[in-house]
Unconditional design. Structure first.
Ligand code: DIG
Ligand code: MN
Ligand code: MN
Length: 391
């Protein structure tokens, strides 16, 4: 029997990744100054490698200061690549910081200043170049500043049209450069803008259908962002999976109706996290398990690494719970009974006039259907008992 610590010890094959900005979060918030010193990207790579992570992700400015000279940029990239090769850590995803620069005060791709919209596209192309240099294959677009505080600012259709203009242009750049990135839009309902364009997975999926290269673009949903909006995150992920558009995922913890807490994965709603992990595993998701989250502001650096280790450990513990759930005979028998009732006596056929005519005249036993419950209370209790460790 392997020791408990071995069973839940993260390894690179688990494909856990962290943004440099996550463990590098210095704890600044709207009401307080930083509480932790900045961590060098190379140090972050080394520390996460020792914890068993697979890789790191980054915004351009997480690695290269906005005002860096070309020589400084090349030195920083050289040193970072040396840390990657020394540790075997990868960079699966890259993205652009289109939210810190004051120029983005009214948005980046959707700013009411044409110069800023051009600057945002220029900055994204340069950041795509950096991502390719580091081996990234997924490129995330989180439009944190794409929105308004008042609809007096712009017709929302104009904002969406400018968003599409930028995405179409950058899809062409991806093709022209031969980068072969998979683009992933990251929805969020609000914060830092009063209301953000593409607020949910559904809005993003609809927007993708209007692009010139829809096949190139998917989504990068985040637990906290759907939860902030009071939505069931697993339902949104299921919608993305159904559309073949789950290109990446941001894992964390969040209480409904709060600001974007970005807490440690599984720390707020273990049942929601369990069913998310079960959905991803049932769907055969082979992408990165990316934690876009950070340690509590009350923590020092030691707490940051506890946060990182706990994120991965919780995912592995939930994987073990999924295995227990799938091996539990009473749970599986109850699920089989539900499936039998759901599937009925024969599969529902595609439409035909003859079938429609027969169906319209069929006598269906709705009376007993009205009377029969589904046993979900017992099934959910059994689920809770697996999660609480008594099954
Ligand atoms: C916030 O949820 C955003 C930024 O952290 C980043 O641009 C993106 C990548 O995961 N998530
Ligand atoms: Mn978030
Ligand atoms: Mn995110």
């Amino acid at each position: 029997m392997t020791a408990d610590s071995d069973r839940f010890l993260p390894r690179p094959e688990h494909r856990f990744t962290f943004g440099l900005w996550t463990v590098g979060n210095i704890g600044r918030d709207p009401f307080g100054e930083p509480v932790r010193a900045p961590l060098a990207p190379t140090y972050i790579v080394e520390k996460l490698a020792t914890l068993g992570a697979y890789g790191v992700n980054l915004h351009d400015e997480d690695l290269i200061p906005r005002d860096a000279s070309t020589a400084e940029r090349d030195r920083i990239v050289r040193e970072f690549k040396a840390a990657l090769s020394a540790t075997g850590m990868k960079v699966p995803m890259a993205t652009t910081n289109l939210f810190t620069d004051p120029a983005f005060r009214d948005g980046a791709f959707t700013s009411n200043d044409a110069r800023v919209r051009k600057y945002a596209i220029q900055k994204t192309m340069r950041s795509m170049d950096l991502g390719i240099e580091l081996g990234a294959s997924t490129y995330v677009f989180w439009g944190g500043r794409e929105g308004v505080e008042t609809n007096a600012a712009k017709d929302p259709r104009t904002g969406i049209a400018w968003y599409r203009e930028a995405m179409n242009y950058l899809c062409e750049y991806n093709i022209a450069q031969g980068y072969n990135y998979k683009f992933a839009l990251e929805p969020k309902p609000n914060e830092p803008r009063g209301d953000i364009f593409l607020p949910t997975i559904g809005h993003a999926l609809a927007f993708i259908t209007t692009l010139d290269h829809p096949d190139m673009v998917g989504v990068n949903p985040e637990v906290a962002h759907d939860t902030m909006a009071g939505l069931d995150f697993a339902h949104g992920v299921a919608q993305a999976l159904d559309a073949g558009k789950l290109f990446h995922i941001d894992l964390n913890g969040q209480k409904p109706g709060r600001y974007d807490q970005d807490h440690r994965f599984g720390s707020e709603d273990p049942k929601q996290a369990f069913f998310l992990v079960k959905l991803l595993e049932d769907a055969g998701y082979t992408g990165m398990r990316h934690f876009d989250s950070h340690a509590y502001r009350a923590e020092d650096e030691a707490g940051v690494w506890e946060f990182a280790a706990g994120s991965m450990r919780t995912y592995l513990i939930l994987l073990d719970k999924v295995a227990r759930y799938n091996a539990d005979t009473e749970i599986q028998q109850r699920l089989a009974d539900i499936r039998a009732r759901a599937e009925g006596s024969e599969p529902f056929p595609r439409f035909s006039a003859s079938h429609a005519a027969a169906l319209k005249s069929e006598t269906i036993d709705v009376v007993s259907a009205r009377a029969q419950g589904f046993g979900y209370e017992r099934l959910d209790q059994l689920t809770m008992e697996v999660l609480l460790g008594v099954r």
